[in-house]
Design a protein around this ligand. Structure first.
Ligand SMILES: C[S@@+](CC[C@H](N)C(=O)[O-])C[C@H]1O[C@@H](n2cnc3c(N)ncnc32)[C@H](O)[C@@H]1O
Length: 278
């Protein structure tokens, strides 16, 4: 999972820790829970991961794959003048890199606090606080949509997001998004050796939920198998042109939650889907 282990409480409040479980969570409950979680935890997230991400780099994943080398959006020089939407942008590090290439980015996120960090770092482009499942843009507004672990791991209905992305993309436009590699859902989310033994069924799509005493979700992540992701993409009107599984590079000695050099050298941690709109 992308967040810190359950019980993490940056403000040290005396409220009881949320319970981690697997249970159903719908569109509205997932959106509400994740908006609250990211608003409460954005400050700590940026302190912990901001240096690794860099203020104006486009880093796709904890493996450290950088768009400068990956060119999953196409050659950087071809981004100049392009309208690009980043969904689940967080502090808009990727959008800032896009702006430096001459693109016209818009950074969208569900969390107001994450976008306040985008403002703190500095953003000479629009920031939009909205749910990726209801994009507040006209049809055919963008040439490219991208997301580095934003929105798609967290939504109960990824096809709703993909259909919205297709609607706001121009014909021939590109969508590239990264998510936790689905195989990771079969393993404990631990960076050490305990994270190397299968502990759950890869085929169990039941969401990961953290819930409070009253049973309401305070954090949700949703699992799709690789096949589910391919079917979501194709049935939403895209062609899948590449599926990138970044290998763990020797230079990267850092850990990010359950992502570590130990596990990264053995099993994939990220899946990046490169899609084109018909
Ligand atoms: C792991 S962060 C990724 C952001 C950035 N790429 C990074 O690496 O820090 C996930 C982001 O997705 C946002 N998010 C979660 N659910 C969302 C939704 N339904 N719509 C839009 N953004 C969402 C969160 O608020 C959070 O900022």
């Amino acid at each position: 999972m992308i967040q810190e282990p359950v019980g993490h409480d940056p403000e040290g409040s005396e409220e009881s820790e949320p319970e981690a479980t697997r249970r159903d969570a719908g569109v509205a409950e997932s959106s509400r829970a994740n908006r609250g979680w990211w608003d409460r935890n954005a400050d700590e997230y940026q302190v912990e991961h901001g240096t690794f991400l860099g203020d104006d780099r486009f880093v796709w994943c904890p493996e450290g794959l950088d768009e400068v080398e990956a060119e999953l959006l196409g050659p950087a020089e071809e981004l100049k003048g392009r309208d690009v939407l980043e969904i689940g942008a967080g502090a808009a590090q990727c959008a800032r890199w896009l702006a430096a290439q001459g693109a016209r980015p818009v950074a969208l996120d569900l969390s107001h606090r994450q976008l306040q960090h985008a403002l703190r770092i500095g953003s000479a482009f629009p920031l939009v606080c909205a749910d990726a499942g209801a994009l507040p843009f006209a049809d055919a507004s963008f040439d490219v949509v991208c997301s580095a672990y934003g929105a798609l791991p967290f939504v109960a209905d990824p096809r709703l997001v993909l259909r919205e992305v297709r609607r706001v993309l121009r014909p021939g436009g590109r969508l590239v998004f990264s998510v936790t590699h689905p195989i990771r859902w079969a393993f404990p989310d631990e960076p050490g050796p305990e994270g190397l033994s299968v502990a759950a069924s890869y085929f169990d799509r039941t969401p990961y939920v953290e819930q409070g005493d009253d049973g309401s979700a305070v954090y949700v992540e949703h699992h799709r198998t690789i096949g589910d992701r391919v079917r979501d993409i194709v049935s939403s009107g895209f062609r899948l042109v590449d599926l990138v599984e970044p290998e763990w590079p020797a230079w990267n000695t850092s850990e990010w939650g359950g992502w570590s050099p130990l596990r990264g050298n053995l099993i994939p941690g990220t899946a990046i889907f490169v899609c084109e709109r018909d």
